[in-house]
Write a protein that binds this ligand. Structure first.
Ligand SMILES: [Zn+2]
Length: 277
């Protein structure tokens, strides 16, 4: 069933666990994630990132995500990920998205704050929650190089949350998007401090490649949404490579199905850890 970001984070808070949030730019990803969540009976978040516009257009994939959420046997939030334009947020709301992440993390603090406020007022009255980012986790979704993160300042986080009225905060504490080239060093104490100071559910971006132990500590310290995509996608690619090495495949749907099954297994493993199962 379709639920808002606010509701799904409330479920995570009650269970003291984190909800898995997956980028699902195509049907195979949607099927993989929903099937894995239904199998485990856990809530899940399907996301479309603005940066994936070249993979799937919002107006095409948006209704697919909302419909998949509506017909799922578990609570599902349809979430817009890393929106950098207010116009994109408005288009998502029109399509029925129930969560939106505005990313002004590359802007100066005041500008990020002002734009995030605009997004919060834009979704007012809608069945939708707002996530925002403070600090910087380079590079953007879909990138492959990990740069140096800019850690979030707890004082700024308190001010930012109070002034904007957001429902969830993505602080920067050492994770990066994409595939890690070396083991990430996470400041999980910073997660605890920001969680205690802001009182808001926190979001981990760049969840691929983090150790199960670090996930557990992070969740105990206040992470309630974990964005995870790169490793799932990589598992799909590996399955396709294996199948092509094994036999001569004619139909594309056979490759797509192999990728879907592998991504489902990968998502299931991640969801088990996030849910503490
Ligand atoms: Zn992200």
């Amino acid at each position: 069933m379709l639920v808002s970001l606010i509701e799904i984070l409330k479920l995570a808070e009650e269970r003291k666990c984190a909800v898995g949030a997956f980028n699902t730019p195509n049907m195979e990803c949607v099927n993989a994630v929903v099937t894995a969540a239904e199998k485990l009976s856990v809530p899940v978040i399907l996301m479309h990132a603005e940066i994936h516009e070249d993979v799937s257009k919002l107006e095409k994939i948006g209704p697919v995500l909302v419909q998949a959420a509506n017909s799922a046997r578990v609570p599902v939030c349809a979430h817009l990920d890393h929106c950098e334009h207010l116009e994109y947020v408005a288009r998502g709301l029109e399509l029925g998205f129930t969560g939106v992440m505005y990313d002004g993390s590359t802007l100066p603090f005041e500008e990020n704050l002002a734009n995030t406020r605009k997004v919060v007022s834009l979704v007012k009255g809608e069945n939708c929650g707002v996530e925002a980012e403070l600090g910087a986790m380079p590079p953007r979704e879909g990138g492959l190089d990990a740069g140096a993160p800019v850690y979030t300042d707890p004082e700024e986080a308190v001010l930012f949350c109070k002034e904007t009225g957001i429902n969830a905060l993505a602080p920067s504490f050492g994770t990066a998007h994409g595939i890690y080239k070396s083991k990430p060093v996470l400041d999980l104490d910073l997660v605890r401090i920001i969680s205690e100071r802001t009182g808001l559910p926190l979001v981990m971006h760049g969840g691929s490649g983090v150790s199960p132990e670090d996930y557990r500590i992070g969740i105990a310290n206040g992470l309630r949404k974990i964005n995870y995509y790169s490793y799932m996608s990589k598992a799909g690619t590996a399955a396709v490579k294996d199948l092509l090495a094994e036999k001569d495949v004619v139909f594309f749907h056979d490759l797509a199905l192999a990728a879907e099954k592998a991504m489902e297994a990968n998502a299931e493993t991640a969801l088990r850890i996030f849910a503490g199962l």
